[in-house]
Design a protein around this ligand. Structure first.
Ligand SMILES: Cc1cc2nc3c(=O)[nH]c(=O)nc-3n(C[C@H](O)[C@H](O)[C@H](O)COP(=O)(O)OP(=O)(O)OC[C@H]3O[C@@H](n4cnc5c(N)ncnc54)[C@H](O)[C@@H]3O)c2cc1C
Length: 496
């Protein structure tokens, strides 16, 4: 690690997960002379939510996740949220394709694979919903190629393990998109950081925890950093700060004291996955099969049976089972939740406690679930699963955002929230979903907030990185087809 000379930083990035790695890589493309220093509390990159086994690795493009297509009161299915997520994921693909082509990361098979995305439901009401959803989605060019079937022989071909041993009287249906992906966000992050670390004016300091932030008279920041090994504390100055600290972002946002961060809180939801590495089983399933969420379940806790490609090996993952821990990071402290309670967010936190009884009930149920009932959930998706082939693994911590809300006092938010100051000197990413998949879209928003004044002069570099920049692939079918074919070609992925 080479520390930067004092007073020479344009920006300090806190955390070495997918968000900071994406931000650093994009910034250095837009302004190669940008002086960037990254501080990471752990001894290497991507060990929290971004680690491959700490998340599900779904390239969230709203192809299979039913929570992005709610049923309206009149029975119709809304696809607006699905379209937003779908086109945001496309920006990530365009950026990764650009980075692969310039030789900065890759080969693509080291971090991304074709894995069909399948939505699977049973029961008359759910089948009716899925059909309506299919009709609404497949009418839009962004979801071209989506297939629908209630025919058991087709479903057996798409997902044999899900169908074998299933009651013949159960009415079932599924949709399938062959262009779905599995992504190893941990590997991608390490490759992005290895690339930026080689560039001039970039320093990455591992085992360095940011402990405090103070605004300076010139509008910049003094950042206190503790060397985790020696205990030595130093203060560094910078013009801007990005808090890409995952579950650690809320406490630093609170420390910064910016008024825009007042009233925010966090609610941790931990996750457990089941993992199977037995080749005879793994080789018989290729897909990410997403079902319907239970009542009260946070949207991203819907059960799914997934093919994963990690470290050159294919595995299966099922879950997540939600759990409760007061930690905000897997390597965090049990005091995180209590430490986050402040005078300014008590009202929002209490309001969320009052208004989310279903979530509380769901979490209590999940925490109390025995091993047997966890296997019973697995068998809903893989009826002939044998517990001896599966191991429980602890996934990453999600910290759901609690936002101030004038009417209700506070509301629980399941998406990603960016909080920044009006001066454009600090931005924080809070929340978890759709998360890593939309890191490029999230960073574009952060770039607008921190460097809005430079956007015009960066147009050329931006379009090189993101060919659809400034245009809408949701409105322009030909553009959508051409950028998708182009990123598929660079990333060695399927096209339709
Ligand atoms: C169970 C689960 C399943 C998920 N599934 C998916 C999925 O299928 N697809 C998807 O796209 N997304 C998924 N996500 C979300 C995704 O993993 C996250 O959105 C993403 O990894 C967040 O990246 P990050 O860089 O913001 O945070 P992190 O990866 O958590 O990184 C934050 C880093 O900051 C460091 N840090 C914290 N505090 C400090 C400090 N004070 N000083 C220095 N360093 C600090 C931490 O050590 C950590 O390395 C899932 C998440 C979970 C938990």
């Amino acid at each position: 690690m080479v520390a930067m000379p004092e007073k020479q930083r344009d920006i300090v990035l806190v955390g070495a997960g997918i968000m900071s790695a994406t931000f650093a890589a994009m910034l250095k493309e837009l302004r190669p002379d940008m002086r960037v220093e990254i501080f990471e509390a752990l001894d290497s990159a991507a060990q929290e939510s971004t680690d491959a086994w700490n998340n599900a690795g779904t390239g969230h493009a709203a192809l299979c996740e039913l929570n992005y297509t709610p049923q309206n009161a009149d029975g119709s299915v809304g696809i607006a949220r699905a379209l937003a997520v779908n086109t945001q994921y496309d920006l990530s693909r365009q950026f990764w394709a650009f980075m692969v082509r310039k030789g900065a990361i890759g080969p693509p098979e080291s971090f991304i694979h074709d894995v069909p995305h399948i939505s699977f439901v049973w029961g008359d009401d759910n089948v009716a919903f899925l059909r309506k959803r299919f009709e609404a989605m497949s009418a839009h060019h962004c979801f071209r190629g989506m297939e629908y079937s209630e025919d058991r022989s087709v479903l057996e071909r798409w997902m044999p393990l899900v169908m074998e041993g299933r009651s013949p009287s159960q009415r079932v249906a599924a949709t399938r998109m062959a262009t779905g992906t599995d992504v190893d966000y941990g590997e991608l992050t390490r490759q992005l950081l290895a690339h930026v670390q080689k560039l001039p004016d970039v320093a990455i300091s591992y085992s360095h925890r940011v402990t405090d932030l103070q605004r300076t008279a010139d509008g910049g920041w003094q950042v206190s950093v503790r060397d985790v090994n020696s205990g030595a504390v130093r203060t560094v100055s910078t013009s801007a700060v990005f808090l890409g600290a995952g579950g650690g972002a809320l406490s630093l946002l609170q420390r910064s004291g910016i008024k825009e961060g007042k009233g925010f809180g966090g609610f941790p939801v931990s996750g457990i996955f089941l993992r199977c590495d037995d080749e005879a089983i793994v080789d018989r399933h290729l897909g990410k099969v997403y079902g319907k969420a239970s009542v009260g379940a946070p949207p991203m806790s819907v059960p799914h049976l997934d093919t994963r490609f990690i470290d050159g090996k294919r595995s299966l993952l099922f879950g997540p089972y939600a759990g409760f821990s007061t930690k905000f990071l897997k390597h965090g402290s049990y005091g995180d939740l209590f430490g986050s309670l402040k005078n300014d967010n008590l009202r929002s936190m209490l309001a969320v406690g009052r208004d989310n009884f279903d979530l509380t009930k769901y979490l209590v149920g999940e925490v109390l679930k025995s091993k047997e009932s966890k296997y019973a959930s697995l068998r809903e998706y893989f009826p002939e699963a044998d517990p001896k082939d599966w191991n429980f693994i602890v996934a990453g911590q999600r910290v759901q955002v609690i936002m101030p809300d004038e009417k209700r006092g506070g509301k629980l938010q399941f998406g990603t929230e960016i909080v920044s100051d009006s001066e454009g000197s600090l931005a924080a990413v809070l929340g978890a979903s759709p998360g890593a998949s939309v890191a490029v879209a999230v960073m574009l928003d952060v770039i607008k907030r921190l460097y809005g004044g430079s956007l015009d002069s960066w147009k050329g570099a931006m379009t090189e990185m993101l060919p659809s920049h400034g245009r809408s692939i949701a409105d322009d079918a030909a553009l959508c087809e051409s950028v998708r074919a182009d990123s598929a070609n660079a990333l060695h992925l399927a096209t339709l």
